[in-house]
Design a protein around this ligand. Sequence first.
Ligand code: HEC
Ligand code: HEC
Ligand code: HEC
Ligand code: HEC
Ligand code: HEC
Length: 204
Amino acid sequence: MTTHEQGQAKRSHADWLLFVVGFVLFSALGFWGTPALLYAEKPQPFQFSHKVHMEQVSEGCKSCHSFREDGSFTGIPSMDKCKECHSDSPQGDTPEEKIFVEQYLNKNKPVDWRVYAKQPPCVFFSHAAHTENAGLDCAKCHGDHGKSESLRPYQYNRLTGYSRDIWGWNILGLGGPPKRMKMDSCADCHRENGVRDACFVCHK
Ligand code: HEC
Ligand code: HEC
Ligand code: HEC
Ligand code: HEC
Ligand code: HEC
C-alpha cells in the first residue's frame, strides 16, 4: 500500500464515522425534537374528574353523554347539566370547583373544553353508528378517559391546528395515553367489520 492509499483508507474511515454519528444525532433529533417543535399546548380551563363525577350520577356515562331525539350525540354536557348539582351550595371544597363556580357558572359563561378527539372539519363522524348500532365501547376509541381523575394537557399541531390525538402521541404509533385516530385507524376497523370504504362515507 502506498502512503497515498493509506491516507485515503483513513479518510474514508473518518467519513464513515462522521456519517454514523450524524445519522444517529439527526434521527434522535427527529424522534424527540420534532414532536416538541411540531406541537403546542393549550391548557384546559380547569381540571375535571370523571372518577369523582361517576360516583355522583345514577345512569353512568349516559347521565352526561347521551343522544338527542334525532339521534345526534350531545357530546360534552352543557352548563344546564352541571347546574343540576352545582347551583346553590358548593359540592366540595376543591380549588377546581371554585374556579368552575366563580369564573364560569356564576357568570353563565360556557366552558371552552378542548376536545382531544376532535377531527378536522372535513371528517364526518357519528357516535350513534358506533356506540348504538355497532355496540362499541367508549374505551375502544377514547381509552380510559371515562375513568380519568384529571385532564392531561391538550396539544395541537402547529401547522394544521389539529389535535395531537389524531396522529397519536408516539411516532411509531405504540402505547401512549390515548389511541391514535388517523384515517387509517378508522379504515382498519371498518375493513375488519365490512363497513363501506368509499371516501364519501367519512367525507361528506
Ligand atoms: C350529579 C351531580 C353533579 C353533576 C351533574 C356535576 N357535578 Fe361537579 N361535582 C359534584 C360533586 C358532589 C362534587 C364534589 C366532589 C368532592 O369534592 O368530593 C363535584 C365536584 C366538581 C369539581 C371539582 C372536582 C373535580 O372534578 O376536579 C368540578 C371542577 C366540577 N364538579 C365541575 C362540574 C362540571 C363542569 C359539571 C357539568 C359538566 C359538573 N361538575 C356536573 C356533583 C356534580
Ligand atoms: C357529570 C358529567 C359526566 C359524566 C357522568 C361523564 N362525563 Fe365524560 N365528560 C364530561 C365533561 C365535563 C367533559 C369535558 C372535560 C373532559 O374532557 O374530561 C367530558 C368529556 C368526555 C370525553 C371527551 C374526550 C375528548 O376527546 O376530549 C370522553 C371520551 C368522555 N367524557 C367519556 C366519558 C365516559 C366513557 C363516561 C362514563 C364512564 C363519562 N364520560 C361520564 C362530563 C361527564
Ligand atoms: C369508533 C370510535 C368512537 C367511539 C366508540 C366513541 N367515540 Fe367519542 N369520539 C370519537 C371521535 C372520532 C370524536 C371526534 C368527533 C368529531 O370531531 O367530529 C369523538 C368525540 C367525543 C366527544 C366530544 C364531542 C364534542 O363535544 O366535540 C365526547 C364527549 C365523546 N366522544 C364521548 C364518547 C362516549 C361517552 C362514548 C361511549 C358511549 C364514545 N365517545 C364512543 C370516536 C369515538
Ligand atoms: C373500532 C372500530 C371502528 C373505528 C375505530 C371506527 N369505526 Fe366507523 N364504523 C364502525 C362500524 C362497525 C360501523 C357500522 C355501524 C352500523 O352498523 O351502522 C361504522 C360506521 C361508520 C359510519 C357510517 C357508515 C355508513 O355506511 O353509514 C361512518 C360515517 C363512520 N363509521 C366513520 C368513522 C370515522 C370517521 C372513524 C375514525 C375517526 C371511524 N368511523 C372509526 C367501526 C369503527
Ligand atoms: C373510514 C373513514 C375514512 C375514509 C373511508 C376516508 N377517509 Fe380521509 N380522513 C379520515 C379521517 C378520520 C381524516 C383525518 C385524520 C387524518 O388526517 O388521518 C381524514 C383525512 C383526509 C384528508 C386530509 C384532510 C385534512 O384536512 O388534513 C384527505 C385529503 C382525505 N382524508 C382524503 C380521502 C380520500 C380521497 C378518501 C377515499 C379514497 C378518503 N379520505 C377516505 C377518514 C376517512
